[in-house]
Design a protein around this ligand. Sequence first.
Ligand code: BDP
Length: 713
Amino acid sequence: MKKLVLFLFVILLCTHVSAEDGYRLWLRYNTIDNPALLQQYRQQITSISCPSDDARLIAAHQELQTGLSGLLGKKISLQTTVTNGTILLGLRSHLPFIRKLVGDTALARLGEEGFIIRTVKHEGKNVTLITANKEAGILYGAFHFLRLLQTQQSIQQLSITSVPKIKLRLLNHWDNLNRTVERGYAGGSIWDWQRLPGYIDQRYIDYARANASIGINGAAITNVNANAILLTEEWLQKVAALANAFRPYNIKIYLTARFSAPVEIGKLKTADPLNEEVRKWWKDKTDEIYKHIPDFGGFLVKANSEGQPGPQNYQRTHADGANMLADAVAPHGGIVMWRAFVYSNETPEDRFKQAYNDFKPLDGQFRKNVLVQVKNGPIDFQPREPFHPLFGAMPQTPLMMEYQLTQEYLGFATHLVYLAPLFKEVLDADTHAKNNSTVAQIVDGTTDGHTLTGMAGVSNIGSDINWTGHPFGQANWYTLGRLAWDNTLTSAQIANEWIRQTFTNKQAFVDTVQQLMLASREIQVNYMTPLGLHHIMGYSHHYGPAPWYNKAPRADWNPVYFHKADSIGIGFDRTAAGSNALAQYQPAVQQQFENMATCPETFLLWFHHVPWDYRVHSGKTLWETMCDKYYSGVDSVRWMQHRWEGMKNYIDAERFSQIKQLLAIQEQEAVWWRNACLLYFQTFSRKPIPAKYEKPDHTLSYYEGLEFPYAPH
Ligand code: BDP
């Protein structure tokens, strides 16, 4: 009996993987499960030393103490003496020997946030040195070092230099002051305004730690559909408390500025950006903000877009509006991120073209501390969009990239979609501007010599215990940080390191899940919007398919506006014969896209109205290809389910089961997308769905009749 109990206990020990709720994200710090490696690490790491009590360095060594103690399964503490195996943190002003060791030029290259990690001999001892020009760099170096261990890499003879490619690496939260989150699918807002400024939730610190670990250095904490009340004294105190909590993690706060605030809370008669009183109001307001938050980052503005007020209400330009705010923050070193996501239903122009038409003529008119923030594509965060034509068209203006992490158009927090391939596809696109610059080179400033550069992701974070609702949503947050730091990282590299830290280093799991993640975005494009279809989702809440929808108050909110299906074919003709949006791209891009035969199939219906019988590269007709894509999308979700099933024994039961359940919903919704879209488009193509495929289990009118009054908005 005793033997049996012992046996069962041993079995339990071997198979039990501790409970996980996902709260720890990729900073789990569980003890390394590879005994040989663990032993090596234990020999190589004995203590931490840090000759400074700067808040950022305290954050760095505290993280190292927690992280290393967890990973090594023994207490690693802070000591003043340096021994063999010390992790030594310091600037050259703290440790004069660094200059000799590392050299002035190497240090100069690090800028404000870069770092060096090196294995060195110091006073005869083997130490790992983490150094930088500024404290922030050391903080990032500490997290990098922890990542090496979490991903089980060698830490012998380290010689790492890392410098961020982009200066402003931000999350944009679309959080409202009542704690709802616009397009948020992971619970309510994590900002507990009611209890601020007095109560600092541990979540704020953990949020900041997570951001710092991937190099995110800024957060615009409120909705771009802004509320002027945020700029009142009472709320600025709350914001200041958050800023204090974030500061040790090198995260600056940015606020969304409601353009009409001078009227709404300042009691002025106008918000005209050229009016002296208005300009003074913003200057005074900005000074007040800096009194509360000395390192306030600046403003993020959505103006004259989807009903938001802006300078055009006063016959002024976007540059007039942006410059007014830029002048207010400039004396404090602040910046303005002015969004280019604008379109108007009063303009009969193809919505694709409107941002370019408004902004391109303003190139050269913005102040030095303004960035124009451009969504990755010309319409609106669709599963696939061509790159925005403004990239490469405004050489005198820093263009900041805006991605969307929250999956508004990509299955909410229910579908497993790894977004790195989407982000990379845009970054790698050749704009053919200035010696074939890629979008990445425009955004990181190399093409036009900008030093003020930025990349933002609309946050997918909420009050759910695991932050992002879907456990794989965490990967998209992670990706934003890593790509903004280093836009040369591949989707595979980012997935690989995220999986190892978030789940396990077991190779079979890493390989399978990486494969699944890399395939996931294309799979979704196939079951939602193949061949360049876009904006065919449910009205307003954007949940599920509604290609038939035609009742929105403005034409360019209707799916029918975007797909233009008729008895001849489907797709939006944006060639010279149509809206001529293609003319906004460089000639080489135009040439490739304007011809149906050379236009990549992935973008076909973005630029062409294609006859149903048109033969694509495979020789099949457009209709057959569309059927194949939709069916393969659903099949691939089933493949993901199957592969996930095989992962059961590698990880904790909690997350395994959550993901399994979510994949089952994803499968149902993929079927829904496929059936609804094909049945609807079939009313135009009047061709059968090939007999080899399973038949849709409902009629078109069933799908058209579905309503979701409480779907999240
Ligand atoms: C759209 C969203 C809307 C946002 C808008 C924006 O549906 O909620 O306010 O983008 O980016 O995709 O301003």
